[in-house]
Design a protein around this ligand. Structure first.
Ligand SMILES: [Zn+2]
Length: 264
């Protein structure tokens, strides 16, 4: 997404040049299957950007290319898209769930309150979920996971894959009412995909650093500001106390994505 006002969004460059926000998606290899954490935009969005909703397109200026969709990147890595059996979503906004129709047979794991709000949105949240309706028309194979999981570094974690503790939801509400992080266990420690719990890597540093445009955007988009700020503070505490055991990433920071791409 390339909205104008780069210095306000990325913290560098000029005010009149375009900013850059990415959709950081994970592909996880499991025993005999693949899982995606978020999908980014899908091929249907590339063919018909209008289905993202004109206000969203105007505000975020998405540059949609087929090669960047999850399904094409799965193919480019030499995998077969139907082997993506699980999709674990941080939340249901269009830039996170847009690729769902490209994987119609996958089980789609979400934190239960997010699905409940999408299916019966309160008035204040209705525009957000109406905007994404094209991504749910095919009837995703929803698997909603309720609260009540295990303790994980002072957070709650909810296992989503039967017989595996490699992937877990870590609820981080605020951006949406059912927003969740997704923890993935690797050989080198945990990776916590924080979705839109924060937007810029500086926000989980102490003291936090955040480009002003991103803070305004997050405030405009938040469903529960108190919860969002509390969870950002908890993430800063996690980074301070367990930064050697847990790596934090968020969805939209291009510097974090590029570092991850270089490392793999
Ligand atoms: Zn987002």
């Amino acid at each position: 997404m390339c909205p104008f006002g780069r210095s306000l969004i990325n913290g560098d460059g000029g005010l009149l040049s375009r900013g850059r926000l990415v959709c950081h998606v994970l592909l996880v290899e499991l025993d005999g299957a693949l899982a995606l954490v978020d999908t980014g935009f899908g091929t249907g969005d590339v063919d018909s950007p209008r289905q993202l909703g004109p206000p969203f397109v105007l505000m975020t200026q998405p540059q949609l290319t087929r090669a960047e969709t999850a399904i094409e990147q799965v193919r480019a890595l030499g995998f077969d898209p139907p082997d993506v059996r699980h999709i674990i979503l941080t939340h249901l906004d269009v830039d996170h769930a847009g690729g769902l129709p490209d994987f119609p047979d996958a089980e789609v794991h979400v934190f239960e309150p997010e699905l409940a709000v999408m299916q019966h949105p309160p008035l204040s949240q209705r525009p957000r979920y109406t905007m994404g309706s094209a991504h749910f028309k095919h009837g995703p194979q929803w698997r909603a996971h309720a609260a009540g999981g295990d303790a994980w570094f002072g957070f709650e974690s909810i296992r989503v894959l039967p017989g595996s503790d490699e992937v877990a939801l870590v609820p981080l509400q605020g951006h949406t009412l059912g927003h969740t992080g997704v923890a993935v266990r690797r050989d080198s420690g945990w990776l916590l995909h924080c979705g839109d719990a924060y937007f810029h890597r500086g926000e989980v540093q102490t003291p936090p650093q955040r480009p002003v445009g991103l803070e305004i955007f997050q405030t405009l988009m938040q469903a529960d500001g108190g919860a969002r700020h509390r969870n950002q503070e908890r993430l800063r505490e996690l980074a301070r106390s367990h930064g050697d055991e847990v790596e934090l990433i968020c969805s939209h920071d291009p510097v974090t994505l590029e570092a991850a791409q270089r490392a793999t």
